[in-house]
Design a protein around this ligand. Structure first.
Ligand code: S3P
Length: 216
């Protein structure tokens, strides 16, 4: 069987990097950062949670896949059909670079990445170099699969890498160590969006009011 780019890229990445936490600049607090990036597998809720979180905080929501579609004037599934996964990954990286540039001086944003974006070493490097906090949204793989099925039936969401339940599970297991390099992991299994948003605001320290300077 021909291996997907995701699988081959993962194997090479594993050999080269051993998935260790890299030394980095001191972490910036989420409240001081220009953005928070949500990562995780297909069906993790990156877009729905991201939208609700941004609304609650009064920040702007940005979906990297939407930016790719606007730049390429094609739906994600069409890019996969016309240019393959490698063409999509190129478009994804260009869009990510542009988005990170736009963060300078722009509004604060909650950003949802597509499920494969953070798995690409070069993208993870770009995000780390920009010092943007990342959150891994996770759930049991069976629940992720069920959510994707529902979204495909009810909303017509087409995911080119969905494949079979077995392939889906395998890809999830391969990608999981990459997602685990995020600063924070948030469980979403069996939880309502509002509950996840409340937990995230607490975990990221975004609910605190700025402390007033004490006067004598
Ligand atoms: C992908 C996930 C999709 C989209 C593209 C590739 C992946 O985004 O970026 O189909 O590699 O897992 P979602 O995670 O929002 O489904």
């Amino acid at each position: 069987m021909v291996k997907s780019i995701s699988e081959n890229a993962l194997k090479n990445n594993k050999k080269k990097t051993k998935l260790k936490q890299r030394k980095s600049r001191p972490r910036v607090a989420a409240g001081q950062a220009p953005a928070v990036i949500l990562i995780g597998f297909m069906g993790a809720g990156k877009s729905s949670v991201g939208r609700a979180l941004a609304e609650q905080l009064g920040w702007t929501f940005e979906d990297l896949d939407e930016r790719i579609e606007q730049r390429e004037r094609q739906k994600v599934a069409e890019i996969f059909r016309s240019s393959g996964e490698s063409g999509f990954r190129e478009a994804e990286q260009s869009a990510l670079k542009e988005l990170l540039e736009d963060l300078r001086g722009g509004p604060k944003r909650i950003i949802a990445l597509g499920g494969g974006a953070f798995v690409q070493e070069s993208n993870a490097h770009l995000i780390q170099a920009a010092n943007i906090p990342t959150v891994f949204l996770d759930a049991e793989v069976d629940e992720l699969w069920a959510r994707c099925q529902r979204q495909s039936e009810r909303q017509g969401i087409e995911r080119p890498l969905l494949g079979s339940p077995e392939g889906f599970r395998k890809l999830y297991e391969e990608r999981s160590p990459h997602y685990s390099r995020a600063r924070l992991k948030q469980e979403t299994g069996g939880k309502a969006v509002a509950e996840i948003v409340a937990e995230l605001i607490e975990a990221l320290g975004l609910g605190k009011r700025p402390t007033k300077a004490r006067r004598k």
